[in-house]
Design a protein around this ligand. Structure first.
Ligand SMILES: [Zn+2]
Length: 490
């Protein structure tokens, strides 16, 4: 038995001003055959799992190239086609294969390609033929198109948000693909479109229980896999939205009924899945009124989340903290390579006049001009997210009055505590942390926090979806339209 695996992944925010080039992938994560590390990266879990299973179960795994770019705007046509053709060339050389495992994010949009994953699957299927089993692992923030459903044999999504279950879901995917190759099962898909888009953090109810509910159906009564497609709201592509995916062992009516039932449960939760989305000034009022004896209050800034394609250089929160003279506060991370280079030139203990943030577009706000004390600098760092490590580039911590700002060179969201600890700072010692992230910060920072608030500042990953200038998404779609029914679409 021979399997091929590869990965091309990013999450494209079509409202982001930041272009995604081939260099964006090569400088973020690339591993070509023979270069794959022992640990999984963000979308390479199928490779990581299949490598171990190949040794245990005696099949041959051919490892192709894996690419990942930090979420941003459209991928260039040249970048996508170059990566695609590299992987397809490897696949052709690997033929014949019994199975293909692809680790993809599922919300990649390139110039000329609304559905990169569907396009890649189209080319893969043309090479491997109808009998080869194709399995795909996707992020729940994907656009699960009908084209992908038709071309893949089985698709498994992460269930947790923050995505702490990438490896266990890859394990399930590999198991389903191997069983299908051995003709022990015949996966048949059912897909229900919920007619909506929303934010579903699984660290709080009702989403926490809904994860357990999905799992409760799996592995019995012919149900092979249940995945909930959260959808990625910051993309203006036709099939953006929340969907419910069920695979049964050749029991289509049963899968249809379950996909419909769970999809209707999500519809019934409209308006209840997301935590309150406060204006930043209101979140700040509440955070400052919080008892922080047991840990800092945290205010998340989803609108400027680099992990959703934003610049991470918006200054609204920083301006407000300085204006109010708030003490014992930190903002992290703020993307500003120029300021970081100035801090590294001056060194710890020095003072420097910086123009911070506010550079990328009008959504970044006005820069903050301030005399800063350089607290610490660090070179070529990373932060951890589960087993994965994400590069943050060079770091600098500066103090402006009572506000510490963690600046970095490699645009990223707040994931691991290394943002602070690598600079000799203790995140728990602050009264308030303002973190540029939508939800992934919760894995490392949630356990530290006395209270967590989600605030609205400004940026292309705003949680106020009605402010997005959609032209191409299928309508109606809640919350833009109140009357938006769900339907079984496959
Ligand atoms: Zn995601």
């Amino acid at each position: 038995m021979r399997l091929f695996t590869a990965s091309i992944a990013t999450e494209t925010n079509t409202f982001s001003p930041i272009p995604t080039s081939l260099e964006s992938y090569l400088s973020c994560f690339v591993a070509r055959p023979g270069e794959h590390p022992d640990q999984p990266s963000l979308c390479t879990a199928p490779l990581f799992v299949a490598r171990r299973r190949a040794q245990q179960e005696g099949f041959t795994l051919i490892e192709g190239s894996c690419f990942f770019a930090q979420p941003a705007g459209l991928t260039t046509r040249r970048a996508y086609e170059t990566m695609r053709d590299e992987v397809l060339g490897q696949l052709k050389a690997a033929m014949p294969v019994d199975g293909v495992l692809l680790g993809m994010h599922g919300a990649m949009v390139a110039d000329g390609y609304d559905d990169c994953e569907g396009d890649l699957l189209d080319h893969v299927r043309a090479i491997v033929g109808p009998d080869c089993v194709i399995g795909v692992e996707l992020d729940p923030h994907c656009h699960l198109t009908l084209k992908r459903l038709r071309l893949a044999d089985v698709i498994v999504l992460f269930k947790e948000y923050p995505h702490t279950d990438i490896v266990p879901r890859a394990e399930e995917l590999v198991t389903l693909v191997l069983k299908t190759i051995r003709k022990e099962i015949r996966p048949v898909a059912s897909l229900y479109d919920c007619g909506m888009i929303a934010f579903y953090p699984t660290t709080s109810e009702p989403n926490l229980s809904f994860v357990a509910r999905q799992k409760s159906f799996e592995g019995k009564d012919g149900v092979l896999s249940v995945s909930f497609v959260h959808g990625f709201p910051h993309a203006d592509v036709p099939e953006m939205g929340s969907r419910m995916l069920v695979y049964t062992d050749n029991a289509k009516p049963k899968g249809d009924a379950l996909a419909r039932q769970l999809g209707e449960e999500i519809i019934a939760l409209r308006g209840k899945t997301a935590p309150p989305d406060l204006d930043f000034v209101d979140a700040l009022d509440q955070a400052l009124a919080t008892n922080t004896a047991n840990g800092p209050a945290i205010i998340a800034e989803p609108a400027d989340n680099a992990g959703g394609g934003s610049a991470s250089d918006n200054t609204m929160a920083l301006h407000e903290l300085i204006r109010r003279g708030v003490k014992g506060t930190a903002v992290a991370p703020l993307w500003d390579p120029v300021s970081v280079s100035f801090c590294h030139a001056v060194g710890p203990g020095g003072r420097v006049r910086l123009r911070i943030g506010g550079k990328t577009s009008d959504l970044s706000g006005d820069p903050v001009d301030a005399d800063c004390e350089v607290l610490a600098v660090a070179t070529d760092r990373w932060q951890s997210f589960g087993d994965a490590k994400a590069a943050v580039g060079d770091l600098a911590a500066v103090r402006i009055g009572g506000v510490d700002v963690i600046l970095n060179t490699n645009r990223c969201q707040a994931l691991g505590r290394e943002l602070f600890t690598d600079l000799g700072l203790n995140p728990k010692s602050y009264r308030l942390l303002v973190l540029k992230s939508a939800q992934h910060f919760m894995a490392a920072y949630g356990p530290l926090a006395s209270t967590v608030f989600y605030s609205e500042t400004q940026g292309p990953s705003s949680q106020r979806y009605q402010t997005h200038d959609y032209h191409r998404i299928q309508r109606p779609k809640w919350p833009m339209e109140q009357d938006s029914p769900g339907k079984l679409i496959a």
